[in-house]
Design a protein around this ligand. Structure first.
Ligand code: ADP
Ligand code: MG
Length: 543
């Protein structure tokens, strides 16, 4: 007895520890709080959130990932949920709210099962089996598309934008996204690949969203370097140079002894000649446009202007690479070696005023492999939201073009999957069946939440959805028209989404839920204060 009385300390003083059920329930609570925070943002009728950061900056959005990004989450399990959103965004670019909601629901039902004395390992294995089945069902019911059919692609982009603040302008932005995605799509090993990094997004507040445009080429956010240079060059022959058109500083620093005044003049003349010869080199190739990654000396600018060459200096490395992909020009590192073979082409290079800034548009390239999109909008905040919407749109287009498989939204696909999972549950013996059924419930939370957010009666809608889906696979795309509250074939309504989004949402949600359910011991090290604690007991007040 006496042995037990003296506690054995294996952890440092100040370490917090929660065990078994306590640890689990506490984690579940925190993770569910995260899901709860984004739940009302789901779908076209979801509400917006105003997020105010520590310095008072405001973000208004209903983008799940942005909401979670801006929230400074402390609890470790809550952080896992934020990672779900991040993983979803990184992998597929849309469906973040969906993934987080499903994870939250899996945990909610998981908690109920644990309270019924079902062991976590049974819940976990039930969830995993159900998830595997769900992915099979998704594959089976998905529809094939022609990845170059712009009408379908437009509908996919529009569906992703329905739930955005700038949804009213979805037509215009969707069209831009489709043009951009198709332009950079490249066939590799018989498969289309879309690298969204090849779509450069340039934001400029001012004007209307309708002023946003697709540029079949690249926009450089810089001005033409010299006032005497042309501001517009048609049939541009473009040189890309990654070397300074300057006299190297190191040459200056070398000790030069000048004893007579004429020598100064001679020295300057020598410099001029060097600069002039650099310009001659560029001009000699027939180039009439020069993008330089480094500086261009004032005198070199003057000579370039005299030759009628439009030049831009200090262009970002990433922009140089895009210019190369768009125009076919080769980036030259040594001016001495430049030749006409290195030049690229564009129908038009022009400096234009956008809002209060001048930018250079390199347009109408022949089959460019990198393109630009200029996003406009009344205020900085609208442009930022337009960027988020555009990001989702271009991602869903990539997913659809690459995989060529889509499903119907509006809760249709989730209703069908839930139905199949319930059927599947019947084949499973023991308590695991409860977990599989709980999984179906969790998936069904998507149509339920969509209905709730639209002010519809979720019970009524779910009952109807289940009834319609029961009738057979021909009704697989029945979902909710959130505007008139009717249950309809959402595929026919053109509410369509890439299969990849839905698969990934289930995968990330299950992964997070399983991870949280598995934890039965939380050990939190005492915080080493980096600055003096403001409140006594800091570190224990987090949750
Ligand atoms: P996520 O971050 O998960 O993408 P969203 O807020 O973008 O969340 O909402 C996506 C959901 O909205 C999807 O389930 C999608 O099917 C649904 N949705 C989009 N447009 C419509 C529509 N016109 N009618 C019904 N549901 C829609
Ligand atoms: Mg979305």
């Amino acid at each position: 007895m006496s042995l037990v009385e003296a506690p054995i300390l294996i952890l440092k003083e100040g370490t917090q520890r929660a065990h078994g059920k306590d640890a689990r329930l506490n984690n579940i609570m925190a993770a569910r709080a995260i899901a709860e925070a984004v739940r009302t943002a789901l779908g076209p009728r979801g509400r917006d959130k105003m997020l105010v950061d520590t310095i008072g900056d405001i973000v208004i959005t209903n983008d799940g990932k942005t909401i979670l990004d801006e929230m400074e989450v402390q609890h470790p399990a809550a952080k896992l949920m934020v990672q779900v959103a991040k993983a979803q965004d990184k992998e597929v670019g849309d469906g973040t709210t969906t993934a987080v909601i499903i994870a939250g629901e899996l945990l909610k039902h998981g908690e109920k099962l644990l309270n019924q004395k079902i062991h976590p390992t049974i819940v976990i294995s039930g969830y995993k089996r159900a998830a595997k089945k769900a992915l099979e069902v998704l594959e089976k019911i998905a529809e094939q598309i022609d990845p170059k059919d712009t009408k379908t692609l437009l509908n996919i982009a529009k569906t992703s934008m329905n739930s955005k603040i700038i949804g009213l302008n979805k037509e215009h932005i969707s069209k831009i996204a489709v043009d951009a995605a198709l332009q950079v799509a490249e066939e590799k090993d018989g498969k289309l690949r879309v690298d969204i990094d090849l779509v450069q997004v340039v934001k400029k507040a001012g004007g209307a969203i309708e002023d946003s445009q697709f540029v079949k080429g690249i926009i450089i956010d810089k001005e033409v370097v010299h006032p005497d240079m042309p501001k517009r060059v048609e049939n541009a022959k473009i040189a890309l140079v990654n070397a300074a058109l300057e006299i190297e500083k190191t040459e200056f620093n070398a000790e030069i002894r000048i004893t007579r005044p004429e020598e100064i003049a001679l020295f300057r003349q020598k410099e001029e000649e060097m600069l002039q010869s650099m310009v001659e080199k560029v001009a000699g190739t027939g180039a009439n446009v020069l993008f330089c990654q480094k500086g261009i000396d004032d005198r070199a600018q003057h000579y370039l202007a005299k030759k009628g060459i439009l030049a831009v200096r200090r262009v970002k490395k990433s922009d140089m690479e895009k210019l190369s992909k768009a125009t076919g020009a080769k980036i030259v590192n040594n001016i001495e070696e430049i030749s006409s073979n290195d030049l690229g082409f564009a129908k038009l290079v022009e400096e234009r005023k956008v809002a209060n800034d001048k930018m250079v548009f390199v347009e109408d390239c022949k089959d460019p492999k990198a393109v630009s999109v200029l996003l406009r909008g009344g205020t900085e905040r609208i442009v930022d939201e337009a960027e988020r919407a555009f990001h989702d749109a271009i991602c869903v287009l990539r997913d659809a073009i690459e995989d060529k498989t889509i499903v119907a939204g509006g809760g249709a696909v989730e209703s069908e999957v839930a139905k199949e999972i319930r059927e599947f549950a019947k084949t499973i013996a023991g308590k695991e069946q409860l977990a599989v059924n709980a999984f179906a419930e969790a998936i069904e939370s998507i149509p339920r939440t969509l209905a709730e957010n639209a002010g519809l009666d979720p019970i009524e809608i779910l009952t109807e959805l289940r009834k319609v889906h029961q009738k057979g696979v021909t009704n697989k795309w029945y979902g909710i028209d959130l505007y008139d509250g009717k249950v309809k074939d959402m595929y026919a309504e053109n509410v369509i989404e890439p299969l990849r989004i839905k698969k990934q949402a289930i995968e990330s949600a299950v992964e997070a839920a399983v991870m949280i359910l598995r934890i039965d011991d939380v050990i939190i090290a005492k915080k080493t204060p980096t600055k003096p604690p403001q409140t006594p007991g800091e570190g224990s007040s987090e949750y």
